[in-house]
Design a protein around this ligand. Sequence first.
Ligand code: AMP
Length: 285
Amino acid sequence: MEVCRTVGALRAFVAERKALGHSVGLVPTMGALHEGHMSLVAAARSQNDDVIATIFVNPTQFGQQSDLDNYPRTEAADCAKLEAAGVAAVFIPNVEEMYPAGAETIVETTGLANMLHGLVRPGHYRGVCTVVTKLFNIAGADNAYFGEKDYQQLQVIRRMARDLFVPTHVHGVPTVREADGLAMSSRNVRLAPEDRKAAVVLSRSLAKAEEVAAQGGTVEAIDAAIRATINAEPRARLVGVDIVEALTLAPIAGIPQSDIGIMISAEFGPEDNTVLLIDQREIAK
Ligand code: AMP
């Protein structure tokens, strides 16, 4: 597996592979890789000749400096996993490489980014879109893979790619979970053991939501079931429950008339070192 640390090195690698007639799949990550990331790699492997993974903890998508500073960094272990999974090249740039002095251009979806989770974390999706656009432009991949776990992020990236005529096709990959149902996340390692146990309340509340929806429940009833489940867990601080129209993320009410997306977020741990966890479910009409 080739390790590229500069834009030039990755471009040269891709040019070589494309000259051989290979298709290229891109898997952007922030590292601290777990089975969720590896399922994106597996999807990319199954649909492309060569897979490029990227590891970059993107400062512009973090709100709090402490969250950025505390983000786990496990480069050697990540590279071993990627190599074992058959990744052709990994791109590990530093901040100066991605944001050279004087960098001032941003990419923003003006509607989708400034609702829901984007309101809790202002500027987050602008940071995501800006860095993903850079990665798309550097890699020139045929396909790129993103997790459904970050549901709003996936819809934002799809919209950005569509609006800017990005030639890379964006694919969503289902959420990979721990045995008890907790969505895998690089942040899970920061949970104290008791909070780790309590965090299962997120996926449990989504299972409740599915039950209510299956019984023909309204959006309001689904919302109430989620809130009641999470609020019954004293270690969880509910941040948000959003039940929206799946593609547009538009608010809905009453009996769902289309596929719906449910996004939930909750905080765990002490006030000065909180861990924000999110989960998601799409329920087909
Ligand atoms: P991150 O490193 O957290 O930025 O995640 C990189 C990519 O992996 C994003 O597209 C995420 O949506 C995806 N991802 C993270 N966790 C999971 C999971 N549990 N299952 C599937 N995809 C995931």
